[in-house]
Design a protein around this ligand. Structure first.
Ligand SMILES: *Cc1c(COP(=O)(O)O)cnc(C)c1O
Length: 367
C-alpha cells in the first residue's frame, strides 16, 4: 500500500490535478512578513486605491439586514438598471460573480473536451485556467513586439475546433486596447459560431475614441459577448459583481451555468447604488487617469519605453530582469505584479503611493 502522502486523496480530474493553485497578487501584509519590513504598499491587483463611496457602503449596510433571505438569483433590479444605463433590452444583460465568474460560465457553456480557446498572450490569467478546467485547449497567439494585438494571426489561427476567442481589451497586463473597428475586423473574418468574448474590465479607463463594442459590435454580431465589472473603477473588487451584454439567446445559455445565488445580496445593493453615482465615480476615474499620466511622464523622463496604456495600471517590459526588479521593489515595500522573464505591471495608487513606486524604481533599476 502506498503512503497517503504519495497519492492524491480521491481522484481529481487530470486537468485539475495538473492545474497550479491560483495565486492572487501578493498583499502588503504578506510582503511585510516575508521581508521583515513595515509600511508596504500593494500595487499588484489593479484595485481602486479609494474606498467605495459612502452611499455605496450605506446601501451595503442596509442590505445586510436582509441577509437571512436568499438574494434575487437573477438580480432583476441590477439587470434592469444596467439595461437602462446602457440603452439595451434587459434580455441582453446578465450578471455574474465578478467578471471572472462570468468567464468561468462562458467556458462551461461553450468549451468541451478537445475544443480550442484562442487568445492573445500575454493576457489575463483566468483564460488558460478556465479553458483547461473545461478540458479544452488554449491556443495562445503572441502579442506583437510593441505589445499590440496580432489580429491577422488570431484570424489565421481559428480552426474548426475553435469555440471561443478571449480578448482582454484593454489588455491585462499590458494596458493596450483594440478599437471597435479592429474587433469588427476580427469578428467578420471568423465563423459566426465562434463566441468572441470582449473582456472590458478596464472599460472606464479607456479613451472613448476606441469605440464602444456594446453599441457598435454586439447589435450586428450575435456571437460577441461584452463583459464589464464593478471591481476596478467602482472600487468594489471585494464584493464580486460583473456583467455581460450580448444576444438574448447567448445570455440565456450563459445564465444556465450561474451557481445559484452566486451574485450575493450585498453585491446587488452595491451595484444599484454605484449606478446611481456614476458621475462621482467618473470623476474618480479622471483623477486616476491624471495620476497615470503623471507616472507615465516621470517614467518616460527616466527613459522607460511605455505601451499606450488605457488602464489603471502601467506595464514595463523588463525581459530577463523582471523577477529581480520585482524582488528589489518588494524588499523596499512596493508590491507589484511580476511576469517572469517579461515585465512588471504596476497599479496606479494614491499620489503618495505612486511617488513611492517612482522613487523606488529609480533607485533599483534604469532602462
Ligand atoms: C480584474 C479583471 C477582471 C475582473 O474581475 P472581477 O473582479 O472578477 O470582475 C476581468 N478581466 C480582466 C482582464 C481583469 O483584469
Amino acid at each position: 500500500m502506498r503512503a497517503v502522502s504519495e497519492q492524491h486523496i480521491g481522484r481529481p480530474r487530470r486537468v485539475v490535478a495538473d492545474l497550479p493553485a491560483y495565486r492572487p497578487g501578493k498583499g502588503a501584509k504578506q510582503a511585510e512578513a516575508e521581508h521583515g519590513i513595515e509600511n508596504a504598499i500593494k500595487l499588484a491587483s489593479n484595485e481602486n486605491p479609494s474606498e467605495p463611496l459612502d452611499a455605496i457602503v450605506q446601501a451595503v449596510c442596509d442590505a445586510a439586514r436582509g441577509l437571512n433571505r436568499y438574494a434575487d438569483h437573477r438580480a432583476g433590479a441590477v439587470r434592469q438598471a444596467l439595461a437602462t444605463r446602457l440603452g439595451v433590452d434587459v434580455e441582453r444583460v446578465t450578471v455574474g460573480n465578478g467578471s471572472v465568474g462570468l468567464l468561468q460560465q462562458v467556458a462551461l457553456t461553450y468549451l468541451d473536451d478537445g475544443d480550442e480557446a484562442l487568445y492573445p498572450w500575454r493576457s489575463f490569467e483566468a483564460y488558460p485556467i478556465y479553458t483547461a478546467l473545461a478540458g479544452a485547449e488554449s491556443v495562445q497567439i503572441p502579442l506583437a513586439p510593441d505589445l499590440g494585438f496580432d489580429i491577422d494571426r488570431l484570424i489565421d489561427s481559428v480552426t474548426p475546433r475553435t469555440r471561443v476567442v478571449f480578448l482582454s481589451t484593454p489588455n491585462n497586463p499590458t494596458g493596450v486596447a483594440m478599437t471597435t473597428k479592429e474587433i469588427t475586423t476580427l469578428v467578420e473574418a471568423i465563423p459566426g459560431d465562434v463566441m468572441v468574448v470582449v473582456d472590458e474590465a478596464y472599460r472606464e479607463f479607456l479613451d472613448p475614441g476606441f469605440g464602444d463594442p456594446i453599441t457598435e459590435v454586439v447589435p450586428r454580431h450575435p456571437n460577441v459577448l461584452v463583459m464589464r465589472t464593478f471591481s476596478k473603477a467602482h472600487a468594489l473588487a471585494g464584493l464580486r459583481i460583473g456583467y455581460a451584454v450580448g444576444h438574448p439567446d447567448v445570455i440565456t445559455d450563459v445564465d444556465k451555468t450561474l451557481v445559484p445565488f452566486a451574485v450575493n445580496a450585498l453585491a446587488q445593493a452595491a451595484a444599484l447604488a454605484a449606478l446611481e453615482h456614476e458621475d462621482v465615480i467618473a470623476q474618480q476615474v479622471q483623477a486616476i487617469l491624471a495620476e497615470r499620466a503623471r507616472v507615465e511622464v516621470e517614467l518616460a523622463a527616466d527613459g522607460w519605453e511605455l505601451p499606450n496604456h488605457q488602464t489603471n495600471f502601467v506595464y514595463l517590459s523588463l525581459g530577463a530582469r523582471a523577477d529581480d526588479i520585482a524582488y528589489e521593489l518588494e524588499k523596499r515595500g512596493v508590491v507589484i505584479r511580476p511576469f517572469s522573464g517579461e515585465g512588471i505591471r504596476v497599479t496606479i495608487g494614491t499620489p503618495e503611493q505612486n511617488d513611492r513606486f517612482l522613487a523606488t524604481l529609480h533607485e533599483v533599476a534604469r532602462p
